[in-house]
Design a protein around this ligand. Structure first.
Ligand SMILES: C[S@@+](CC[C@H](N)C(=O)[O-])C[C@H]1O[C@@H](n2cnc3c(N)ncnc32)[C@H](O)[C@@H]1O
Length: 219
């Protein structure tokens, strides 16, 4: 568990967390919800044209992206099986104060439902959304499944270089279905080159507010 965590409000009114351990914010100060919708919904989920979508996330964190998956499945009449890996789960006191669902129109669940769900077993959260939270490091977690989309949402490369190296993107490439997509807020040149060396076709696209560019990688 990370114990030195505080809740902040970002530019669009949505919450985020600040980790003293990593001296790092979980989302953009310009707007956590706006950023996640742009990076992971628009450039992730909306790039997958299937009725049943398998999502993998590096960094479950606040659960915001899992919540956006549940919301997207509900709104678009698709089903989503979400799997997220997280090495440092947010403690219950902080998690119980997260209210991302309040800003989402017709959200099928409250944010706290995701945090109260057990770790390391797949659970049905809403009629068309299941979730498996794995408490482990992405670096050495063993995964059996293949996914349609990867939300790559680790802390920044300066804080966690071990999560942005070639071997990590080779692992991501192996986890993706052909035609699948990996999306991240990061736009760094060496990250793009590592993705390309792992086999991805990589595009730089406009980022969310306050960020000129981000990366989308296709298998
Ligand atoms: C930028 S935050 C984003 C979290 C989440 N996607 C969200 O929207 O709240 C990065 C997350 O990666 C987690 N993390 C750090 N090291 C990790 C590792 N080795 N394996 C898996 N997750 C890790 C952190 O604890 C944190 O929750």
């Amino acid at each position: 568990m990370i114990d030195s965590i505080s809740i902040l409000t970002t530019g669009d009114g949505s919450q985020t967390l600040f980790s003293q351990q990593f001296d790092e914010i979980y989302h953009s100060r310009n707007g956590a919800l706006t950023e996640s919708q742009h990076v992971f919904v628009q450039h992730g989920l909306m790039n997958v044209n299937k009725p049943h979508i398998k999502v993998f996330e590096v960094g479950f964190g606040t659960g915001l992206n899992a919540l956006l998956c549940a919301h997207y499945a509900h709104q678009n009449n698709v089903s989503i099986d979400y799997t997220g890996v997280e090495l440092y789960p947010v403690d219950e006191t902080i998690a119980s104060q997260l209210t991302f669902h309040e800003a989402l129109d017709d959200c099928p669940i409250e944010t706290s439902v995701l945090h109260k769900a057990p770790w390391n077993e797949r659970v049905s959260i809403s009629p068309n959304f299941t979730m498996l939270k794995i408490q482990h490091s992405f670096v050495d977690v063993q995964l059996e499944e293949i996914y349609d989309v990867i939300f790559f949402d680790a802390f920044a490369p300066e804080k966690q270089p071990e999560l942005w190296d070639l071997s990590v993107f080779q692992k991501c490439y192996a986890l993706l279905a052909v035609g699948g997509v990996l999306t991240t807020y990061c736009a760094k040149g060496y990250v793009k080159r590592n993705m390309q060396e792992a086999g991805f076709r990589v595009e730089k696209v406009p980022g969310p507010p306050g960020k000129r560019e981000m990366l989308v990688a296709f298998k």
